[in-house]
Design a protein around this ligand. Structure first.
Ligand code: F6P
Ligand code: MN
Length: 319
């Protein structure tokens, strides 16, 4: 049986990178266990509630953030951490060389209804910039590894170190991720799209026109009938697309014109972009390749168009 460590060594990852990845995964196994226990673990609902032992409960996205942060801060190889749940970059160890960004529990509104959620992570090297927040502002092309752990009916790790994409299923009997797909490829064409249709009236004109053409089916200019899916957890949408193709969009919309999109560049869009490109797909903003966006702040938002190559090309060709 190929272990994850063997596979990472074959991909020429050094011991320090493997250590960082394994720490993320050990926290994710803990998160997976707590999610499976659900209400029994006292992790549902709002913060500041007391459980039966009289302890203060925290929401699972806060617990997940702390589990990942504690695991990574204990690594001698981690120089800094940035998380959706942390306002500012968190220092790690001075001797460390890696910067880790993560979304500890993506799609967390799904927790209370027992639907899929996930942890997304991205790993880069420090540039040596003495200002930690600035150090993080590197384009996605600098990522040395990226991935997610999907907590669904199975717990699945999907990871890339720039040498293709592999999927690993958590075997709860042994507590290890077991290789279940070593060559993930996204079909170039699709008949499935994902977008939050309730925002339709706020979209910019090109997105309105593209989605209208998708909905027009066989009679429209694209000439095929599309199906639609929306799980409301980016990890689950990307997992579906890595498994059977599709296009996922979270475009800019005019509800809050000051925000360029909903999803975050550094710990949602960039790691997914690396995975999707490594699996033969595309990930773009409305104007450029996601991995080439020059970040200006850690919590920056971006419009996202990702998935099957030919469909993403078509979507962003509307002007
Ligand atoms: O993290 C943001 C997120 O929860 C994504 O996981 C998901 O794709 C999206 O927001 C769902 O957005 P909406 O609330 O518009 O359905
Ligand atoms: Mn998220």
């Amino acid at each position: 049986m190929t272990t994850l460590n063997d596979s990472l060594k074959q991909q020429e990852c050094d011991i320090s990178l493997i250590d960082v990845i394994q720490r993320i995964l050990s926290a994710s196994k803990d998160i997976s266990f707590r999610l499976q226990q659900g209400a029994l673990a006292g992790i549902l609902g709002a913060t500041e509630e007391e459980n039966v032992q009289g302890e203060t409960q925290k929401k699972l996205d806060v617990i997940s953030n702390d589990l990942l942060k504690d695991a990574l801060k204990a690594s001698p190889y981690v120089y800094g951490i940035a998380s959706e749940e942390e306002d500012f970059a968190v220092p790690g160890n001075d001797g460390g060389e890696y910067l880790v960004t993560y979304d500890p529990l993506d799609g967390s509104s799904n927790i209370d209804i027992n639907v899929s959620v996930g942890t997304i992570f991205s790993i880069m090297k420090t540039t040596g910039n003495s200002d930690l927040a600035q150090d993080f502002l590197q384009a996605g092309t600098n990522q040395v590894a990226a991935g997610y752990v999907l907590y669904g009916p199975s717990t699945i790790l999907v990871i890339t170190t720039g040498k293709g994409v592999s999927m690993w299923t958590l075997d709860n009997r042994i507590g290890e991720f077991v290789l279940t797909n070593d060559k993930v490829q996204i079909p170039a064409q699709t008949k499935e799209f994902a977008i939050n249709m309730s925002n339709q009236r706020f979209w910019a004109e090109p997105v309105q026109a593209y989605v209208a053409d998708l909905l027009a089916g066989e009679e429209g200019p694209i000439g095929k009938r599309f199906n639609m899916r929306w799980v409301a957890a980016m990890v689950a949408e990307v997992h579906r697309i890595l498994t059977r193709g599709g296009i996922f969009m979270y475009p800019w919309d005019g509800r809050e014109p000051s925000k360029p999109g909903k999803l975050r560049l550094m710990y949602e869009a960039n790691p997914m972009a690396m995975l999707v490109e490594q699996a033969g797909g595309l990930c773009r903003t409305d104007s450029e390749r996601m991995l080439e966006v020059a970040p200006t702040e850690i919590h920056q938002r971006v419009p996202v168009f990702l998935g099957s190559k030919e469909e993403v090309e078509r979507a962003v060709s509307y002007k």
